[in-house]
Design a protein around this ligand. Structure first.
Ligand SMILES: NC(=O)c1ccc[n+]([C@@H]2O[C@H](COP(=O)([O-])OP(=O)(O)OC[C@H]3O[C@@H](n4cnc5c(N)ncnc54)[C@H](OP(=O)(O)O)[C@@H]3O)[C@@H](O)[C@H]2O)c1
Length: 281
């Protein structure tokens, strides 16, 4: 796989303070890369802003497949295309239904079964109850080692109905992973979609929101943490998928939108017990 882990070992991936200045990976005169860099700088260096921020992480251009084009999938399509990534996006219907989003962003609308094809990274962002509707095997066409991010939440009362395994204690992400037969990385599940769209900030900038990332594959977590950083959020290690209850709905970190320190403290305070609001009635 062509992605590197930004030259950092997994040990160095312990949170935002560990990143230091972003490596200068922009020496290659690739037109898209230059476009991406200038686009980012233009976005992040408004007149009158302090210039004490670190240079942003700049990932190589990735092909990113997004399944789900709603609040979160649509916001990520907008943000990731603006950063210069190649996005292929799908909803539950025909690609033609995404013409407007495609025209706005330059993303390629595809069928859900084709969204992961040759992707460096895949994002699954659909209602939890709809995960079993995905065609079997559709993630197998991604590149070797490409992480699958899942942003989902289990809303038994409001949307999803009862999912017995989750009620019995399986983490929401472990259940998704089991349904699709692939490992997942959990992130973006606790951030309000509008903040994802509008509140990305440069590293070191005041008020930067931190996001917990849970997963079992260290290399995948490094790639995902770089992506989170590139989008303007501080990545914080949320542990394994078995521990990902720490960031599920009803926990202190869910919807907290706090700093890295606040996020780590909230993860620590979490309880594995589901609260009444987040159990099936
Ligand atoms: N909204 C938030 O602020 C927020 C924040 C964090 C996490 N989340 C979680 O992220 C997930 C997505 O949330 P959302 O708010 O973006 O949902 P949403 O606005 O309702 O959008 C859902 C998207 O999923 C698509 N979809 C549904 N079933 C599908 C299938 N079988 N195959 C392909 N696509 C399918 C829908 O396509 P159609 O249009 O064709 O139905 C739609 O594009 C949820 O699990 C949610 O709990 C949401």
């Amino acid at each position: 796989m062509r992605l590197s882990a930004s030259g950092r070992s997994w040990r160095q991936w312990v949170g935002p303070g560990a990143f230091g200045p972003a490596p200068s990976r922009c020496s290659t005169a690739h037109p898209l890369r230059l476009f991406r860099r200038s686009g980012r700088l233009a976005h992040h260096t408004g007149v009158g802003r302090r210039n004490t921020r670190r240079m942003p992480v700049l990932l190589p251009v990735m092909r990113i497949g997004i399944i789900g084009a709603g609040h979160i999938g649509g916001s990520l399509t907008r943000r990731l295309t603006a950063l210069g990534h190649e996005v292929q996006v799908a909803n539950s219907r025909a690609p033609e239904t995404l013409t407007e989003l495609a025209e706005e962003t330059g993303a390629t609308p595809v069928w859900a079964r084709d969204a992961a094809k040759d992707a460096d990274l895949v994002i699954l962002s659909i209602p939890q109850k709809n995960v079993p509707d995905l065609e079997p095997g559709i993630f197998a066409s991604r590149k070797d080692g490409a992480p699958i991010i899942e942003t989902n939440n289990y809303y038994p009362q409001q949307r999803d109905g009862l999912i017995a395994a989750i009620e019995d204690g399986q983490t929401e992400s472990a259940w998704v992973s089991e349904q699709i037969g692939q490992p997942v990385v959990k992130v973006f599940n606790g951030i309000f979609w509008k903040f994802l769209l509008e509140r990305g900030k440069s590293a070191g900038e005041e008020g930067r929101i931190a996001l917990p990332i849970a997963g079992d594959d260290a290399a995948a977590k490094v790639i995902v943490s770089d992506l989170v950083d590139e989008l303007g959020f501080d990545p914080v290690d949320g542990g394994t998928i078995a521990e990902s209850w720490r960031q599920q709905p009803g926990t202190p970190v869910y919807g907290q939108h706090g700093s890295a320190d606040e996020t780590r403290a909230a993860l620590e305070e979490a309880s594995p017990e589901r609260t009444a609001d987040w159990k099936a009635a």
